[in-house]
Design a protein around this ligand. Structure first.
Ligand SMILES: N[C@@H](CCC(=O)N[C@@H](CS)C(=O)NCC(=O)O)C(=O)O
Length: 219
């Protein structure tokens, strides 16, 4: 059986879990033995990072590489469109997630870990920055109803928990994640996908617990 190494609070891991679930694959989800980067874990997943996927002899890492692997080894249901231009758009949006959108959410982690008070103005700036990052998506997605056309693709796997975590953090620090009409519509659709909803729930609870280790927040 596939072994999926993950932490519940990671949106990169959620991407992979959603794809595994959408494809109906059987897998065991485990934390990386002795933590990520450990010698024990690197013996299974050489990069030592999470998410990691062990399938037979393959010890894979990098969420996007894993998603492409799953698409090739378990092609049904397809999570990449047929047309080359649409496939390229899916890959562009996945890259955008990792280089622009997720980093705007991750930016909260350092002050949280440092125990910075929830009333510190730095969080307002981070909420603004996150809104500006998400705003860039408005011109790139179709929201018809999914990001790229009428079918669910890897883009929904990539973004569902990131939208959730962005909303969660903005609310925790007394603000809100402002979304344009297309992003708003798309976010509603993502929440109604049952496999995405499962990972959103796992991620939300794990984040709540993780933040509570460092600071006290109401929401
Ligand atoms: N580009 C990677 C990013 C994943 C990532 O940042 N993982 C973090 C934990 S959330 C990690 O494993 N960091 C330790 C390391 O890279 O050695 C992916 O898409 O999988």
């Amino acid at each position: 059986m596939i072994q999926f190494f993950a932490y519940s609070e990671s949106v990169f891991c959620a991407k992979v879990r959603i794809a595994l679930d959408m494809k109906g694959l059987e897998y065991a989800e485990l934390p990386p033995p002795d933590g990520y980067g450990s010698k024990t874990y690197k013996a299974i997943i050489p990069s030592g990072s999470i998410p990691g996927l062990k399938d037979g002899n393959a010890g894979l890492s990098d969420s996007n590489a894993i998603l492409e692997y799953l698409e090739e080894t378990a092609p049904s249901p397809a999570l990449l469109p047929e047309a080359a231009a649409e496939r390229a758009l899916v890959r562009m949006l996945m890259g955008m997630h990792d280089t622009r959108i997720e980093p705007s959410v991750r930016a909260f982690y350092a002050p949280i870990k440092a125990g910075t008070s929830p009333s510190d103005p730095c969080y307002h700036q981070l909420i603004e920055n996150m809104g500006a990052a998400f705003e860039r998506l408005e011109d790139l997605i179709e929201a018809a109803p999914y990001a790229v056309g009428h079918h669910v693709t890897l883009v929904e796997c990539a973004y569902a928990t990131t939208f959730s975590q962005a909303h969660q953090l903005a609310t925790m620090f007394g603000g809100e994640l402002k979304l344009g009409p297309k992003c708003q519509r798309w976010w509603q659709e993502m929440q109604s996908l049952s496999h995405a909803a499962t990972s959103i729930d796992i991620n939300r609870k794990a984040m709540q617990d993780w933040v509570a280790k460092f600071i006290q927040v109401d929401a």
